[in-house]
Design a binder for this molecule. Structure first.
Ligand code: HEC
Ligand code: HEC
Ligand code: HEC
Ligand code: HEC
Length: 96
């Protein structure tokens, strides 16, 4: 769990410009509670990742190699940083 949090922190340091962060684009459709229990993130983000899956489906059912190759290996929030304006493809170089 600590390792994962370090990774999330490391990923936050790289930069990229996108139209809006995920949380912003999602909050226009649904409120904070769609991802968070009581508007605050869980320590291990297990709740948040389960929310992603409940709306979008599991990794193996999503399109693209990035999803197919990481089913059961990394989680949604490892690549998709919800509150940063950052492209998920920026994460690849952190591990590969
Ligand atoms: C699309 C799902 C999603 C939505 C919608 C969302 N969050 Fe988050 N939030 C996350 C995730 C995942 C994290 C963990 C860090 C990250 O990935 O950015 C997080 C982190 C946080 C944090 C910890 C500090 C930080 O910025 O990392 C706070 C506080 C927070 N969210 C509050 C909110 C509030 C308030 C709203 C509604 C305005 C909201 N979130 C909407 C997914 C979401
Ligand atoms: C309440 C349902 C719901 C939850 C929870 C949710 N999403 Fe979404 N998400 C959507 C919808 C609806 C769209 C828009 C789909 C479309 O436009 O085809 C979307 C769009 C996206 C997109 C496309 C880019 C964008 O900003 O529109 C990504 C990437 C994404 N979600 C990832 C995530 C991740 C990662 C999580 C968990 C942190 C998550 N979603 C949680 C419903 C949800
Ligand atoms: C290994 C990194 C990685 C992981 C893990 C990951 N994604 Fe993605 N995701 C990407 C990349 C890269 C794209 C393409 C974005 C682009 O082209 O701008 C993407 C695109 C998307 C999109 C928009 C396009 C589409 O396929 O509909 C959604 C929604 C999405 N991801 C949801 C998720 C969810 C839900 C999870 C967890 C179950 C997840 N992703 C896990 C890297 C990842
Ligand atoms: C958190 C670390 C992490 C991130 C971020 C990450 N990967 Fe991976 N990736 C792995 C692990 C672990 C495996 C499974 C073990 C392996 O095959 O090396 C894997 C496997 C793969 C494979 C299959 C390798 C093979 O030999 O079949 C590909 C392709 C791949 N990743 C591409 C990407 C791309 C593209 C991105 C960015 C969208 C990305 N990865 C982001 C950790 C990561």
């Amino acid at each position: 769990m600590f390792k994962k949090m370090m990774l999330v922190a490391a990923l936050c340091l790289s930069t990229n410009i996108m139209a809006a962060s995920l949380a912003d684009s999602h909050s226009e459709r649904a409120d904070c509670e769609s991802c968070h229990k009581d508007k605050a993130p869980s320590a291990d983000l297990a709740f948040e990742n389960q929310q992603c899956i409940s709306c979008h489906g599991e990794m193996k059912t999503l399109t693209g190699e990035a999803h197919a190759k990481h089913d059961g290996v990394v989680e949604c929030t490892t690549c998709h940083i919800a509150h940063e304006e950052k492209a998920p493809a920026d994460s690849c170089k952190d591990c590969h």
